[in-house]
Write a protein that binds this ligand. Structure first.
Ligand code: EPU
Length: 442
C-alpha cells in the first residue's frame, strides 16, 4: 500500500500546467488601456554614456537614468576598474580619477555585451586595455571585428588570445593617433567605441559609414559637454578632434525610443488610446510610419504622442540600421501584426537569429510561418493566453504585448531578459488599466 504523504514521490512527472514556474508575469488579457505612460531614459544610451566616464578624471553626472539590471551590471564593471559610483533616484554620479585597472573580469563582462564599450575609453586614457570577448547571445554572433579594425587604424596593437582582446598603444606617450576609419557595416557599438577612443587621440579622426542611431548622437552630445569636438553625429560621416583631456559633465540621457515604441504597440494591440511621453518623433520615424500604415492614429503634441487604434491592418517591414525600422522593435511589432487583418511579411535583416519569438507566439494561437529570416504572419481574430518564455529582451516584451491582447491568462517567463531593458514595465502598464502581476517564485 502507498503511504499517504504530503510530498510527491521523486519520480512523479508534473503536467506542464503544474510545473513550478520561474519568476513570471501573470497577465489577464483583453482589457482596454487608457491614460498616459512615462518613458524612461534610453538603456542603450545610458550604457555607453556610463563607459564614457573613463575618458576623464572629473565627475560625470548622468540624469534620466533607467532602473535596469544592465545599468547595475555596467556600474559593477566600472567599479571593478576603480571608478567610484553613487546612484540615486534617476541619476548616477561616476568618477574615474582612481582608475587602476585596465581589465574588467570575465564574470562581469560575460553577462553584459555592452561592457565591451570600455575598451575604447580605457585605451584612450591609459594606453592599454584587456577586455574579455563577451561572446554571442541568443540573437546572433555579435562580432567585434569593426571595433578592433578601427582601434588599429588609430594606432593600437590589438591581439585576441584565449578569449581576451588585448590592446596597447605603442610609443612613449601611449596616445592614440587620429585616423581615417571606414566601417564595413554601420555598427552602433563600433561607432561608439571608436568615437570614445578618438576623443582623446592626437589629431582628427573620421569615421565613415558610421551608425546614425540617436544613441550615437547622444554620445556625441556628452563628449561635447565634456569639452570634446565632434561633428556629423547622426550622419554617415563623423569627425572627432582629439583633446589632451576631457572634463566632467552633467548630462541628461535621451528618452528610450525602443521603450516608447513598445508602449505605443501596447496601445495598438489592445485597440486603445494611450499617451506616451516623452517621445521624440524623429527617433521613431520608421515605426510611426508603419503604425499609421497599419491604421493607427498618431497625434504628436510636442512632448508626447497619443496613439488610438481600432482596426489594425497587415503591413510589411524589414529591419534596417537607423533611420530604418529598428531590429529592437521587430518582435514587439510582430505581436501586433499577429492580430491584424491580412497577411504581413517581416524580414529580420540585422541579426541572424532574432525570430525565436515566433514559436512562442504560435503557442498563443498566432498563424506565422517562417522561411529563413522572413516571417509570414496571417492575422488571427484573437490570441489565446498560454505560458510562454521570452528568449531575449525584445522577445520578452513581445510576449507581454501578446498577453495584453490575448483571451485568458498568459504567464510570461524569462524576466531576467525583460528586467535588463524595461524599467518597471508591469507597473507602468498596470497604471493604465492592464491586469499584470509579477510572481517572483513559482
Ligand atoms: N556587426 C558586424 N561586425 C562588427 C560589429 C557588428 O558584422 O564588428 C554586425 C552584427 O553582427 C549585426 C549588425 O552588425 O548584424 C549590427 O550590430 P551592431 O554592432 O550595430 O549592434 P550592437 O552595437 O552590438 C546595439 C544595441 C542593440 C541593437 C543593435 C542594432 C547596445 C548596447 N545594443 O548593439 O540593442 O539591437 O545596436 O540596433 O547599444 C537591445 O537593446 O535589445 C539590443 C540588442
Amino acid at each position: 500500500m502507498w503511504a499517504q504523504t504530503a510530498t510527491l514521490p521523486m519520480n512523479v512527472i508534473l503536467a506542464p500546467s503544474q510545473k513550478a514556474l520561474t519568476p513570471h508575469l501573470e497577465i489577464r488579457g483583453g482589457r482596454r488601456l487608457e491614460g498616459e505612460i512615462r518613458v524612461s531614459g534610453a538603456k542603450n544610451s545610458a550604457l555607453v554614456l556610463m563607459a564614457a566616464c573613463l575618458l576623464s578624471s572629473d565627475d560625470l553626472k548622468l540624469r534620466n537614468m533607467p532602473a535596469l539590471s544592465d545599468i547595475q551590471g555596467m556600474g559593477e564593471i566600472l567599479e571593478s576598474l576603480g571608478v567610484t559610483m553613487n546612484r540615486g533616484e534617476g541619476f548616477v554620479e561616476l568618477n574615474a580619477s582612481g582608475l587602476n585597472q585596465s581589465s574588467p573580469p570575465y564574470e562581469l563582462v560575460n553577462g553584459l555585451r555592452a561592457s565591451f564599450f570600455c575598451i575604447g575609453p580605457l585605451l584612450a586614457r591609459t594606453g592599454v586595455a584587456r577586455v574579455p570577448l563577451p561572446g554571442g547571445c541568443q540573437i546572433g554572433a555579435r562580432p567585434v571585428v569593426e571595433h578592433v579594425k578601427g582601434l588599429k587604424a588609430l594606432g593600437a596593437q590589438v591581439t585576441i588570445e584565449h578569449g581576451v582582446v588585448s590592446a596597447v598603444v605603442p610609443g612613449r606617450g601611449h596616445r592614440l593617433t587620429g585616423g581615417k576609419i571606414h566601417l564595413d557595416c554601420p555598427s552602433v557599438g563600433a561607432t561608439e567605441t571608436l568615437m570614445m577612443a578618438a576623443a582623446l587621440a592626437d589629431g582628427e579622426t573620421t569615421i565613415e559609414n558610421a551608425a546614425q542611431e540617436p544613441e550615437v548622437v547622444d554620445l556625441a552630445g556628452l563628449i561635447i559637454a565634456m569639452g570634446g569636438k565632434v561633428r556629423g553625429a547622426g550622419t554617415p560621416t563623423i569627425t572627432i578632434v582629439g583633446m589632451e583631456r576631457l572634463h566632467g559633465a552633467d548630462y541628461m540621457v535621451i528618452p528610450d525610443r525602443i521603450e516608447a515604441g513598445t508602449l505605443l504597440l501596447a496601445g495598438a494591440i489592445t485597440r486603445s488610446k494611450l499617451r506616451i511621453t516623452p517621445l521624440i518623433p524623429e527617433h521613431l520615424g520608421a515605426v510611426l510610419s508603419k503604425l499609421e500604415e497599419a491604421g493607427c492614429t498618431l497625434e504628436s503634441d510636442g512632448i508626447g504622442m497619443t496613439i488610438s487604434a481600432d482596426r489594425v491592418r497587415a503591413v510589411d517591414l524589414r529591419t534596417q540600421p537607423f533611420p530604418g525600422f529598428p531590429t529592437d522593435l521587430q518582435a514587439p511589432f510582430m505581436s501586433l501584426l499577429a492580430t491584424a487583418e491580412g497577411t504581413s511579411v517581416i524580414t529580420e535583416a540585422i541579426f541572424e537569429n532574432r525570430l525565436q519569438h515566433v514559436a512562442e507566439l504560435q503557442r498563443m494561437g498566432a498563424a506565422i510561418r517562417t522561411q529563413g529570416n522572413t516571417a509570414f504572419i496571417e492575422g488571427v481574430p484573437f490570441l489565446s493566453g498560454a505560458p510562454v518564455t521570452g528568449s531575449d529582451l525584445r522577445a520578452s516584451a513581445a510576449m507581454v504585448l501578446a498577453g495584453l491582447a490575448a483571451e485568458g491568462t498568459t504567464l510570461v517567463q524569462g524576466l531576467k531578459h525583460l528586467d535588463r531593458g524595461y524599467d518597471r514595465l508591469e507597473e507602468k502598464l498596470r497604471s493604465v488599466g492592464a491586469s499584470i502581476e509579477r510572481h517572483d517564485v513559482g
